[in-house]
Write a protein that binds this ligand. Structure first.
Ligand SMILES: [Zn+2]
Length: 195
């Protein structure tokens, strides 16, 4: 799915320092478990003191001491490089954390350009590259409202009618004709049906 990764990863080739990886392992495990349960921590993009700390490495001078610790703790699992925010996973992999306004389109493209997979498989397509709080819920919402999936599911879920054997009768007792029409305009020969 290279087109999906290009926007957030093409510019980022910086490695993460090893001490930072060790510090963030426990926090990432918590984040993964929260994701699998369909819930997540507060969206980092909506927490401006944390995003400022991640991007600039500093906090407002009047930030209370206990708040500073919280911001530092939150910020440890993220990595910002050239305006692209990443979450550092327990195994050291960095996953893009797209801003909230970009997520719906990202999920939609992953779902529609890869065969309209269901919730789990659409999520599996995104997870190697992206992570954000509530990602599973976003995918569920998008897949559930997909009009194409709705039509296909309706066709698959339609009940199959019971078949009844036809009685064996004499030759030419029953005829079958595939007929289409009437068509408009009619043909040059004046015909309006095809069979
Ligand atoms: Zn679909």
């Amino acid at each position: 799915m290279p087109d999906l990764t290009a926007a957030f990863f093409a510019r980022n080739t910086t490695s993460v320092p090893e001490p930072m990886l060790q510090q963030t392992a426990a926090a990432n495990t918590d984040a993964n478990e929260a994701f699998m349960k369909g819930t997540g921590p507060t969206d980092v993009w909506l927490d401006s003191p944390v995003t400022s700390y991640i991007k600039q490495g500093s906090m407002a001078v009047d930030t209370p001491a206990h708040k500073k610790l919280c911001i530092q703790h939150e910020g440890e699992v993220y990595w910002s490089h050239k305006e692209v925010l990443h979450c550092i996973m327990a195994n050291g992999q960095r996953k893009g954390v797209p801003p909230p306004h970009a997520r719906a389109d990202l999920v939609k493209r992953a779902h529609e350009q890869n065969g309209h997979f269901g919730i789990r498989r659409t999520t599996a397509l995104l997870l190697p590259h992206y992570w954000w709080a509530g990602m599973g819920l976003n995918v569920r919402h998008m897949v559930n409202k997909c009009a194409v999936c709705d039509k296909v599911n309706a066709a698959f879920n339609s009940s199959t009618q019971q078949l009844y054997p036809l009685p064996i009768q004499g030759i030419f007792y029953r005829w079958g004709v595939d007929l289409a029409g009437p068509f408009n305009p009619i043909s040059d020969s004046g015909n309006r049906y095809v069979w």
